[in-house]
Design a binder for this molecule. Sequence first.
Ligand SMILES: C=CC1=C(C)c2cc3[nH]c(cc4nc(cc5[nH]c(cc1n2)c(C)c5CCC(=O)O)C(CCC(=O)O)=C4C)c(C)c3C=C
Ligand SMILES: [Fe+2]
Length: 500
Amino acid sequence: MQQQMEFAIHPCERSRQWNRIGEVSCRRQAKTGPSVLFLGDHACKYGSLSQASRRSQKSAWKLMTKATVDVGPLMSETRQPLALPQDEKVGVLLLNLGGPDSLEDVQPFLFNLFSDPDIIRLPRLFRFLQKPLAEFISAARAPKSAEGYASIGGGSPLRRITEEQARALQKSLETKHLPAAVYVGMRYWHPFTEEAIEQIKKDRITRLVVLPLYPQFSISTSGSSLRLLESIFRSDEYLVNMQHTVIPSWYQREGYVKAMASLIEKEFSKFPNPEDVHIFFSAHGVPVAYVEEAGDPYKAEMEECVDLIMSELRSRGVKNVHSLAYQSRVGPVEWLKPYTDVKIKELGQNGIKSLLAVPISFVSEHIETLEEIDMEYKELALESGIVHWGRVPALNCDSTFITDLADAVIEALPYVGAMAVSNLEARQALVPLGSVGELLATYDTQRRELPAPVAVWEWGWTKSAETWNGRVAMLAVLVLLVLEIASGKGLLHQWGILPS
Ligand SMILES: C=CC1=C(C)c2cc3[nH]c(cc4nc(cc5[nH]c(cc1n2)c(C)c5CCC(=O)O)C(CCC(=O)O)=C4C)c(C)c3C=C
Ligand SMILES: [Fe+2]
């Protein structure tokens, strides 16, 4: 039976890693019928899987609204409803990092951050030291961090902005005829992910779209939040049965790319010679080991993201030169290069006079845009010979961006639980397939020990002297810490950091 129907290409077709997940889904679904791509409420049949993936590359970014597909036998086989049943309640969970609301919150916020094994991953033998080490590092870092937060008004604006984004997204979904409740779950500060999940349970949400507010996936950010979610889901009967899907990264979405390009274009007009402006993308860094040893896709996604934004700008006639560097490194290990500070000096030395900084890894203003870029890097740039400095604002509640997030949710929704419904294996899994569990399996499969940013000792060969130095330094710290805990005496006790 040939019939015209409307359907949306699932995000699995929109990028490399979505493709990977999409392919897994296709293969599994293929057990129930030949070469079938499930689009949730709709099903369509392709000639072959490879044809499907070729199509997906060609149709990246394009929302297909009309297509002729053979749906007769498939619809009868799957019996998937075309509209959400009355008793379904849709929720969207926005995941973010969180930040201290006041200066008193800085140390406990840092403690939560450094207690995270996805930020400091200790060798198995030393795992019992995670909390004392977090206590030690957070106490040591708090004064410097607090200075930064003091200079931007005494706390992080992250909670306020993320909650505004949640409200804007909910409104946008409403205008698109999807009544949904949008929740905010922070990883290291209020409102914690656990609090959001409690509310989701109270509200009896039945279908959840999980949307990390990081455009690019990193083990240290989205990965960490998903791991936490996985453990919460596992331990709760309601959540085990609630169907969900995750949008792991969305830097390749047309709306996001266009919104970023427009923000950049708008800033050009503030320079005396817009055509001479060097576009300087500055992304939050991660330790090299995350990428090289654990397979974090962050660097590849970041580079692709910058390419997409630059292609969009080129299509608008912008010919400016650009570069990408990584900021905000913590501790002595090697992080992704070039480092932002080093690159700024280099650009100054090379005679660049106009520089437009573009924060690229985060969609809200936060300490690293407001303090690190606006204050530290600006000062460094001016000292390095750059005369005209500009900075692109974060997207915050930019309407193109929020509308695009709403579209991402709508496109992902039909996929919620689709695998779990039709696949025995999926039904038996604690976390439905194509979701948190599958994502965590895609990246960081073995959860290997990582040389942490605040380096910890790990036996074995590594390429980087920085890593070695860091490890030796941290071995010394660990030994001191163990001695201090064992004896009950030492500097940390004297300073009141560890209770006597
Ligand atoms: C994509 C964004 C981010 C990545 C990747 C990331 C990795 C990462 N961060 C730290 C350590 C710290 N991060 C801190 C603050 C912070 N980090 C991000 C984003 C990413 N982090 C944001 C948005 C913020 C700011 C929140 C706010 O309050 O506004 C901090 C605390 C601030 C400070 O002391 O500098 C630390 C520490 C590591 C170690 C890491 C990768 C392993
Ligand atoms: Fe960070």
